[in-house]
Write a protein that binds this ligand. Structure first.
Ligand code: ARG
Length: 512
């Protein structure tokens, strides 16, 4: 974000306040004014606080309502404060509150309010709290919304994978280990592997959500406060599901951000693997998928090129999100209790991680939905590279009673000789302990059936396998859990919206 030129800010501020510059109400007692611009910018979190500006207004409203209820401030002061807070919430925060001359948005909003309504009321906003509990509350509030929105996108991606898989339960393709043809599978089986991984990624987001959605407000600097505040009241009004009880822990804990970033990094790793797979599949060397043009770029010199750039950038962004996690871990690990300013530097890592992940997931969903899978090309490769050799060996076991190791050896020998046919197998059998497979019924028709990739898929019908009935069962279970996750998200969304709606309504009622 480019910094806004300071004369623009001053004139904006003058417009708003009507009386010229307002100083940072937090700094102007203890410290002298002399501070050059570089230091101010170095110290300020204003640019990153755009993520929490709206949350800060909600936190302020809940705090002021509570102060009034508890008899800590008078109704007239609460009314003056809430009138401005509601107006700012409805009209949007003025650019001036993000002036990097303020150390942060909290100082910006308090200074703004004081400029608008005077110190008698404005100066009472911050009674019984600190920026330490305030910022922790704002971070959790915004992150809660981000987690709900992100989880919603991930469920959407799962649904896209599940619905594409439904069309391809009999689309055979080669499965790979070590990037070598391994055994035949189906496109549905392959896509559902990702749906299952993204399901666990969603569960990790939900898990983090449960610990994010707790209120640190009322912890003040770290030692709580002597005013008769009600922590429960602000927590309920803000839609939190409980408190972070210990006031020292409440302000200094950032494990909620670390576990969120860890969940994001793992999720992005899954996304990156799918992106990588699609990059490989879209290579003309493989030709399993044609990506929609909107996700591709071309070359400035090679006219024929259609490159999967979006997926390549997703792969790289996964590395960035892992980097945000590592940076955040590094910031927290050396900090003693309680609040240390290092924590301010963690927040941008969190927001970058959240932002990159959310757009990546949304884009990946679009890539999956618009991809054209080249099922004929996949089928042509399904039996390639000797990928049905396992099934051939298995049949020697099942139908002729050979020990698996002997069967494995016979088939391996025929493969090595480049003679995976009835004669080659017969010869390999004779060389392996004088076995005659022909005398047990092996002929060319038998071999051809054993080498059919579809046959190999059809018999793999244990739970989780690629046979159509096994895949359909997986699909149904994955779909019903995606629906369950959607219900949870809709329920949480409603619960949170109801709480926030009620908070704003309560604030409005005081001002009427
Ligand atoms: N901008 C700060 C942050 O993001 C707010 C807390 C400042 N507290 C303090 N004691 N200086 O962490």
């Amino acid at each position: 974000m480019d910094p806004v030129p300071s004369d623009t800010l001053i004139s904006l501020w003058a417009d708003v306040v009507g009386s010229g510059m307002v100083r940072d109400v937090v700094r102007n007692g203890r410290l002298s004014e002399e501070r050059d611009e570089e230091i101010a910018r170095y110290l300020s979190s204003s640019w990153a606080d755009r993520w929490i500006g709206e949350a800060d207004l909600l936190v302020d409203m809940a705090h002021v309502l509570m102060l009034q209820e508890q008899g800590i401030i008078e109704a007239s002061h609460a009314r003056a404060l809430l009138r401005e807070l509601v107006r700012l919430y409805e009209e949007g925060l003025p650019e001036a509150v993000f002036d990097p001359d303020f150390e942060d948005i909290h100082a910006g909003i308090e200074s703004y309010l004081t400029g608008m309504i005077g110190t008698e009321a404005g100066g009472r906003l911050h009674v019984g709290r600190s920026r330490n509990d305030e910022v922790a509350t704002c971070l959790r509030l915004r992150l809660r919304d981000e987690l709900l929105a992100l989880a919603d996108e991930v469920v959407g991606l799962r649904e896209a994978l599940i619905s594409t898989a439904s069309d391809h339960v009999t689309s055979v393709m080669p499965g790979f280990t070590h990037m070598q043809h391994a055994q035949p599978t189906t496109l549905a089986h392959h896509l559902l592997a990702y749906a299952a991984a993204f399901e666990r990624d969603t569960a990790r987001l939900f898990d983090a959500y449960g610990r994010v959605n707790r209120s640190p407000l009322g912890a003040a600097a770290f030692a709580s406060t002597g005013y008769p505040i009600s922590r429960e009241s602000t927590a309920v009004r803000l839609g939190f599901s409980g408190l972070l009880v210990n006031s020292m822990d409440a302000v200094s804990a950032r494990d909620f951000a670390l576990e969120t970033l860890a969940a994001l990094a793992v999720l992005m790793t899954t996304a990156s693997r799918l992106a990588e797979e699609l990059v490989i599949w879209s290579s003309p060397l493989v030709g399993f998928v044609v990506l929609d043009d909107r996700y591709c770029s071309t070359s400035s010199i090679m006219p024929q090129k259609k490159n999967p750039d979006t997926l390549e950038l997703l792969r790289a962004r996964s590395a960035s999100v892992s980097g945000e996690l590592v940076a955040a871990l590094g910031i927290v690990k050396g900090l003693p209790q309680a609040y240390n300013r290092d924590l301010q530097q963690l927040s941008p890592h969190l927001w970058r991680g959240v932002g990159e992940t959310r757009s990546s997931v949304r884009i990946l969903k679009g890539v999956v939905e618009t991809a054209r899978f080249m099922t004929e090309r996949m089928a042509a490769e399904a039996g390639g590279g000797g990928s049905t050799a396992t099934e051939l060996a298995d049949r020697l076991v099942r139908e002729f009673g050979l020990p698996f190791r002997t069967a494995h050896h016979v088939v391996a020998r025929a493969v090595r000789e480049g003679r995976l046919d009835a004669d080659g197998l017969e010869e390999a059998g004779r060389e392996t302990g004088g076995l005659s497979l022909a005398s047990r019924g092996l002929d060319q028709g038998w071999v051809e059936q054993a080498l059919d990739p579809l046959e190999s898929v059809l018999v793999r019908r244990n739970p989780g396998g690629p046979a159509p009935e096994a895949v359909e069962e997986q699909r149904d279970e994955l779909a019903s859990r995606a629906a369950r996750d959607r219900d949870f998200l809709a329920h949480e969304r409603r619960r949170v919206d109801r709480a926030i709606g009620g908070l704003i309504q309560a604030a409005r009622e005081v001002t009427e």
